[in-house]
Design a protein around this ligand. Structure first.
Ligand SMILES: *Cc1c(COP(=O)(O)O)cnc(C)c1O
Length: 247
């Protein structure tokens, strides 16, 4: 029988805490993001019962449908209201309306066109909520893979400049990466290190509404290595929820 979700959460949290201690870091400085894509709502409810509040989704419609279903589930009470949704998948410009202004953090901003589309959407939403802002991370294609989402390192500065010019419609909180898939977790270490160095270099140029504090990196099989390289958010799916069904 598959392990209960509460047991899986306990095991991953313990491993995360060990990784922090081993790296000389405070466990409170690394957030566990539960990647719930393609998982049923019942699994999210179980995770909520294990005091998990940060959930990551990859598909805009799935995020909209799940967040609406949770919010209207009267059995869940207060905890459902405190859920923080994160959008971590590739974001098409025609799906921006489903995501902008509805999530705590978008991890996958990777082009000037997407910055413009998001800022435009926030401008419209500001007609009813004048202080609205959208926090995001810039996804960098650290492995320089042709099929992968993410900007190249050389595109990072212009994207940050565009966010700085958005007058607070968008706020950049840091960087995200999805390194090349390799069997050996140690082999991804250079990519995690590269993301940290890119953030450190970019932070030398102060820009309004740009803070490069968050590093979203590390998944089920390699998050301890990411923690050793400075991750502040680890995105864990399979290790918490078990294998995924088809999308
Ligand atoms: C699916 C996914 C994850 C989680 O992957 P696991 O290997 O299941 O932990 C993390 N980040 C992104 C961007 C994903 O798409």
């Amino acid at each position: 029988m598959a392990a209960a979700i509460s047991d899986r959460f306990a095991a991953v949290r313990a491993e995360l805490a060990r990784a922090c201690v081993a790296a000389g870091r405070d466990p409170g400085d690394v957030r566990l993001l539960a990647v719930s894509k393609t998982q049923p709502l019942s699994s999210i409810v179980e995770a909520l019962q294990s005091a998990q509040l940060d959930f990551g989704e990859n598909y805009a419609q799935e995020l909209r449908d799940k967040s609406a279903a949770l919010a209207s589930d009267s059995r869940l009470g207060e905890s459902a209201k405190n859920v923080r949704w994160h959008f971590i998948g590739p974001l098409q410009r025609n799906k921006v309306n489903l995501v902008a202004g509805r999530v705590s953090l978008i991890h996958s901003v990777d082009s000037l066109a997407l910055v413009a589309a998001l800022a435009g959407r926030i401008t419209r939403l500001r007609e009813s909520d004048s202080t609205l802002t959208q926090d995001c991370l810039i996804e960098v294609n650290v492995g320089d893979e042709s099929q992968k989402a993410g900007c190249s390192p050389s595109e990072l500065a212009p994207i940050l400049d565009a966010i700085a010019a958005s007058e607070g419609r968008l706020r950049c909180r840091g960087l995200m990466c999805l390194p090349p898939q390799v069997d050996e977790p140690e082999a991804v270490r250079p990519y995690f290190r590269k993301l940290r160095e890119l953030a450190q270099n970019a932070a030398q140029t102060p820009r309004p509404h740009v803070e490069l504090r968050e590093l979203s990196m590390g998944m089920s099989h390699d998050f301890p290595v990411a923690v050793a390289e400075g991750a502040t958010i680890v995105r864990v799916g399979t290790a918490l929820f078990g294998a995924r069904g088809p999308a």
